[in-house]
Design a protein around this ligand. Structure first.
Ligand code: PLP
Length: 354
């Protein structure tokens, strides 16, 4: 039986159109800063990709800064304004939480959302210029933040608003109202090795200095192949109409003892965070992997070991329930049959544990 890949929030599969274009690009990998024909060919690839990523974000091409990852883009956004007071939500990705040691954490409600009134009150309490960083959609639970209201609350006090929108493209329309926006190529069907920070307002100070690449905002010879793949994948992103498979999957899991975390909040249509009380997430991951399903626990850290999820902890989910939660994240090409097969395997685990 073919394996079923249900870990799109970790890395989405390479889009076939991108795979087909790569051999042609491999012959055009001069240095984009070189003035000869080979260099100019590589420059054209980078600039075409810049326009494509800008179109996805709804920004001007010259406001797109290519980086090597979403992680780097988040670091540039937050560390690029060292003099601003920084407020971030407690459910951000580690690359936001760890970017600056002086970040102040904004609490979330039981469904993982920041209340715009809480943000407004936190900003009102301090006259210093601020930077606020709140993600569009959570990678572990799929829970959406009220980005327009949060951005308005921030901007009403003169604060800059950064939005990590890494999990949005192709699933829901892109958010607006931000001053800085993070994207990552491998989450939308490109290759690993490219990300972008898109600017609507102020410019961050460069973290990587050297050559004048990216208008001095990020030095280093551009990763032309990954950037070209990013651009093409971004141009293929569909804004609407993600297949409606989540509700059916969730009701099957709930009917068999599953608890959906974040249920009741608006969420990404492709993400299900489900706890199976009494069965450790690690045990579920391994059994499901052997049965042919690639899923993850929201809390898998880079060593592959399962730690406690800071996202679920911030939502007030107790350690036992959180420790039994896995994340299923699918894509546009995932079929109802794939999810039915997954549910059958998961129900097998649930029955064994009962
Ligand atoms: N932000 C969010 C919400 C993510 O889910 C991820 C990746 O998991 C990142 C940032 C980091 O992106 P990258 O893998 O490109 O460094």
């Amino acid at each position: 039986m073919a394996r079923v890949y249900l870990d799109h929030n970790a890395t989405a599969p390479l889009r076939p159109e991108v795979r087909d274009a790569i051999p042609g690009w491999l012959g055009r990998l001069g240095n984009p800063s070189s003035v000869h024909a080979e260099g100019r060919g590589a420059r054209r690839l980078v600039e075409e990709a810049r326009a494509q990523v800008a179109a996805l974000a709804g920004a001007k091409p010259e406001r797109v800064v290519f980086t090597a990852s979403g992680t780097e883009a988040n670091n540039l956004a937050l560390r690029g304004f060292p003099d601003r007071r920084l407020l971030v939500s407690a459910v951000e990705h580690a690359s936001v939480l760890a970017a600056r040691p002086d970040a102040e954490l904004l609490p979330v409600d039981g469904l993982g959302r920041v209340d715009p009134a809480v943000l407004a009150a936190a900003l009102a309490g301090d006259p210093r210029p601020a930077l606020v960083s709140i993600m569009a959609a959570n990678n572990e639970t799929g829970v959406l933040q009220p980005v327009s209201e949060l951005a308005a609350a921030a901007r009403g006090t003169g604060a800059l608003f950064h939005c990590d929108a890494v999990q949005m493209p192709g699933r829901l329309p892109m958010p607006g109202g931000w001053d800085l926006l993070t994207l990552s190529a491998h989450k939308l069907g490109g290759l690993t090795g490219a990300g972008a920070l898109v600017l609507a307002g102020a410019d961050p100070a460069a973290l990587v200095r050297g050559g004048g690449q990216e208008r001095g905002r990020r030095a280093g010879t551009e990763g032309v192949l990954a950037i070209a793949a990013f651009g093409l994948a971004a141009s293929l992103v569909e804004a609407e109409g993600f297949p409606d498979l989540r509700a059916a999957l969730e009701s099957t899991l709930v009917a068999n003892g599953g608890k959906i975390l974040g249920a009741g909040a608006e969420r990404l249509p492709n993400t299900v965070c489900v706890a199976l009380p009494g069965v450790a997430a690690e045990t579920q991951l391994m059994a499901l992997d052997l049965a042919g399903f690639a899923i993850s626990s929201g809390s898998a850290c880079s060593s592959g070991k399962v730690g406690r999820s800071h996202v679920l902890a911030a939502m007030g989910v107790g350690p036992d329930l959180a420790g039994s939660a896995i994340r299923v994240s699918f894509g546009r090409l995932t079929t109802a049959q794939d999810l039915t097969r997954f549910a059958a395997a998961w129900i097998g685990l649930a029955r064994k544990a009962a």
